[in-house]
Design a protein around this ligand. Structure first.
Ligand SMILES: Cc1cc2nc3c(=O)[nH]c(=O)nc-3n(C[C@H](O)[C@H](O)[C@H](O)COP(=O)(O)O)c2cc1C
Length: 400
């Protein structure tokens, strides 16, 4: 869920310490570079047992730093200069040993000295990775509390199968999720304190146990909005129809299939939300009587009786305790007329309109925002960029 170059102009020092997850940091470096960041890698001596400096040098196009006494920096002071033009020092993976050193304020190698010499303009983000017993040890728990208290942003660890074969808490958060955490760190918190409910994707209406009526919605627009809202500080619940998309980091996802199940999931949650964004392409009709058995290929023709599904957005928007409701209108023609009509009919403060040919199922979208002030076209862009612009518009309307 990323647009191009969100980190352009940022410098990130990626510190790699001696854990098995070090191999994943190469992918993390690649993702950060892809987002436009300048990445400078620092490795501990132990990290070099797990991954080679050449890998990071090739990925980042920068020399890799590991020796406190390295004289390549013109003033010989890599331990100070490396973070001076950086906005983030990200330690991933962070070993138990590295965390203990940070807490003690040790300065006996390049990374620990760098951490101590870091100034306030360079935030510290730490992604712990270790065996579950090491993570659960009271010493590590104590250290983590102190580290958080010292202002470090801690991401993870995740639970699951570990390199040692044990199962538990201690895995490094996956590179794509760490990238999300980095992007969230740099996103202004315009939606802080807001609870946002979003529906996304298509619905699937059963014909029989193996067949459904569905549509071409990919879910990307709704997921991009959920991701952008979470990064902007909102508490986000995403009610998703069937899509192949990964759950955005920091978002609670509720999986549903049919329009009726999406309706039920929304009704049980909308009252706890400040904003409801109905992005899902909900089927207008469903088979009236889905067959309990697979329909056999015997007749020449098959007719399926369809009945109307509930209009989830209209239902919520009409309620006395309705949150700020945003509708999406995907039309094949006459966008202005239909989108404005939808806004008026459902009494919505905001409708996001797009032509089906412009956005449905694709990576990009071109939309028009319709509110009480009129129409506001947004130029064609990747869906994450469109999502950010829509959220900025919503947060402006919420303030008015
Ligand atoms: C095969 C192997 C795997 C290791 N994996 C981890 C690990 O995942 N997390 C951790 O905290 N320590 C791990 N260690 C121990 C660290 O490498 C050790 O504490 C080292 O001193 C860390 O140095 P550093 O923090 O300077 O990188 C591992 C050690 C070995 C031999």
């Amino acid at each position: 869920m990323n647009s191009k170059a969100e980190l352009s102009g940022r410098t990130i020092v990626l510190a790699v310490t001696g854990g098995v997850a070090a191999y994943k940091s190469a992918e993390l470096a690649r993702l950060l570079i892809k987002e436009g960041a300048r990445v400078r890698v620092v490795m501990t001596e132990a990290a070099a047992h797990f991954i080679g400096a050449a890998t990071f040098q090739a990925i980042t196009g920068e020399p890799v730093w590991s020796d406190l006494w390295d004289a390549r920096m013109p003033n010989g002071m890599a331990h100070i200069d490396l973070t001076r033009d950086a906005q983030l020092l990200l330690i991933a993976p962070a070993t138990a040993d590295c965390i203990a050193k940070l807490v003690q304020g040790r300065a006996d190698d390049l990374l620990s000295t760098l951490c101590l010499a870091r100034d306030a303009t360079c935030a510290l983000m730490v992604a712990p990775a270790m065996n579950r017993q090491m993570w659960e040890h009271p010493a590590t728990a104590r250290n983590m509390n102190t580290l958080r208290g010292d202002g470090a942003i801690v991401v993870g660890p995740a639970a699951g199968e570990q390199a040692c074969g044990e199962v538990g808490l201690g895995r490094m958060v996956e590179p794509a999720e760490l990238l999300d955490a980095v992007l969230a760190h740099f996103t202004p918190k315009t939606m802080a304190g807001r609870r946002v409910l979003i529906t996304a994707g298509p619905t699937a209406e059963a014909i029989d146990p193996v067949r459904v009526v569905t549509n071409l919605s990919s879910g990307r627009m709704g997921y991009a909005l959920a991701c952008a809202a979470a990064r902007a500080g909102a508490e986000v619940t995403l009610i998703s129809g069937p899509t192949g998309l990964a759950k955005p980091f920091g978002v609670e996802r509720v999986d549903v299939s049919s329009a009726l199940s999406m309706h039920e999931a929304v009704l049980s949650r909308y009252a706890a939300c400040d904003v409801f964004i109905a992005v899902a392409a909900v089927a207008d009709y469903r088979p009236a009587a889905p067959s309990e058995r697979k329909i056999k290929k015997s007749a020449d023709k098959l007719s399926i009786d369809m009945v109307r599904n509930p209009d989830i957005l209209a239902d919520v928007a009409a309620r006395a305790d309705a949150p700020f409701c945003v509708g999406f209108a995907a039309e094949s023609h006459d966008l202005d007329t239909y989108a404005q009509g939808k806004r008026a009919a459902k009494k919505l403060p905001l409708v996001v309109g797009n032509l089906v040919a412009d956005g449905l199922g694709g990576e990009d979208n071109a939309v028009v925002l319709y509110d009480a002030e009129g129409r506001h076209p947004l130029v064609r862009a990747p869906k994450p960029v469109i999502a950010r612009a829509i959220l900025e518009h919503i947060s402006r309307l919420l303030k008015d």
